[in-house]
Design a protein around this ligand. Structure first.
Ligand code: PLP
Length: 432
């Protein structure tokens, strides 16, 4: 339960901020209660303004792969800020960031930096439409690609958590140009393309879905989507805003050996500062202004503070990957999932889950969970009780069932052990 200071802060915030927050899911509507207000973070821990300490698996919804306030990232930001916060002319930091992304993600030959994941995905589909001369895009039910009009159609994450079907304010003519299929359903994708293939500019997909919980692609699914799009002259856009540099240095594309035409990034590449990027095949990216006619710009795009933080994070990841940091994160995630499932069996509670790279998911469902329909069958009131129980034990998971958990490079054996012990106590309470 949130303490008095958080309750007072929330009441004050609600007077002037919509719902007291700047992003809907922070209002805890999916789990009830009052959000805790952050005071500061340190490594794997977040401290709230009531003085509570939480082992943090929210990690700012994914960007903090190095945990809170990593000294090297803080130093890079401070040193960069001392020289100026934005210039409106190019900096070498931006080139260095683009070189790093191109080196680590082989399908990306050229990059454009933006300020959020939403900007990245909306720009990528504009480019896809321009490149193909087609109007329609395909997304999967329950995948979340940010809050641009085209994506608020059967979206996951906060949209799903609030139970909003589609958002008012999205023109019907825009929503109509977004076609949806269930995630992991190759036959549905083939069927849609058989019917409308000539009109489809692109398929955009989270290669591992992270906004309906954590749901990995079935064997062969990404390969099938790759070959269908290629055969039909549509582009494949991998939305790696979550998975980029989190599943491994080369993201989901490296892990599954499937190359996208365009890829969107965010989160980890900014290490907690506002950032996004999209990139891909050189011939496509050359259509963006000023090389080509597709307009997209931004006053703060490639911001030096975000570049410095992100570059430091990526450099450290390259080093840490050599000593198996991605395997370590996956092993820790797997231990959380396995214990959660064991406890479910012990106490007669339906449980399943998955862990891959630095992301994981826990479902109150017998499994398997393969798409949004099955994810939605998960017992959300039970998740809310689990969430609050864990919070009272000093462990913070996402304040909604249909979200991923995020491991960081600074979670250690000690935090995992504490989490497992807390989970045992909370699940015992739920089983009664
Ligand atoms: N794409 C995916 C897969 C995401 O998870 C998100 C945000 O959670 C976005 C896009 C949008 O990114 P942002 O919130 O930075 O606009």
């Amino acid at each position: 339960m949130a303490g008095e200071a958080s309750k007072t802060a929330y009441a004050r915030a609600q007077q002037v901020l919509v719902g007291g927050v700047n992003s809907p899911v922070r209002a805890f509507r999916a789990v009830g209660g009052t959000p805790y207000f952050a005071a500061y973070g340190e490594g794997p821990y977040l401290f709230d303004i009531d003085g509570n300490r939480y082992i943090d698996y929210l990690m700012s919804w994914g960007p903090l792969i190095w945990g809170h306030a990593h000294p090297e990232i803080v130093r890079a930001v401070a040193e960069t800020a001392a020289k100026g916060t934005s210039f409106g002319v190019p900096t070498e930091l931006e080139t260095e960031m683009a070189e790093t992304i191109c080196r680590l993600v082989p399908s990306v030959e050229k990059v454009r930096m933006v300020n959020s994941g939403t900007e990245a995905t909306m720009s990528a589909i504009r480019l896809a439409r321009a490149a193909t001369g087609r109007q329609y895009i395909v997304k999967c039910v329950g995948c979340y690609h940010g809050h641009a009009d085209s994506f608020l159609v059967k979206a996951g994450s906060g949209v799903a958590a609030l139970g909003l079907p589609d958002s008012p304010g999205v023109p019907q003519s825009t929503a109509e140009r977004t076609l949806t299929v269930p995630y992991n359903d190759e036959a549905a994708m083939r069927g849609l393309f058989a019917e409308r293939g000539a009109e489809i500019a692109a398929v955009i997909v989270e290669p591992v879905a992270g906004n309906m919980g954590c749901v990995r692609p079935l064997p062969g699914y990404l390969e099938a989507v790759r070959s269908i799009t290629k055969e039909q002259g549509a582009l494949l856009i991998f939305d790696e805003v979550i998975t980029g540099f989190r599943l491994g240095l080369g993201g989901a594309q490296e892990r599954f050996g499937v190359k996208a035409d365009l890829t969107t990034f965010g989160k980890v590449i900014g290490a907690g500062l506002p950032v996004g990027a999209y990139g891909g095949r050189r011939d496509l990216m050359q259509m963006i202004a000023p090389e080509g006619p597709v307009y997209q710009g931004g006053t703060l795009s490639g911001n030096p503070l975000a570049m410095a933080a992100g570059l430091t994070s990526l450099r450290m990841l390259e080093e840490a990957a050599k000593r198996g940091i991605y395997e370590q994160m996956e092993t820790y995630g797997r231990r959380l999932v396995d214990t959660f499932c064991d406890l479910g069996r012990k106490y007669g509670i339906p449980t399943t889950g998955d862990a891959i790279g630095g992301m994981f998911g826990l479902f109150f469902h017998d499994g398997p969970v393969v798409d949004f329909a099955t994810a939605s069958e998960s017992d959300q009131p039970l998740y809310a009780r689990f969430f609050h129980g864990m919070l009272a034990e000093g462990v913070a998971f996402a304040p909604a069932q249909l979200e991923s958990g995020f491991m960081s490079c600074v979670h250690s054996e000690s935090e995992i052990e504490q989490t497992l012990l807390a989970m045992e106590r909370v699940m015992a309470g739920l089983g009664r």
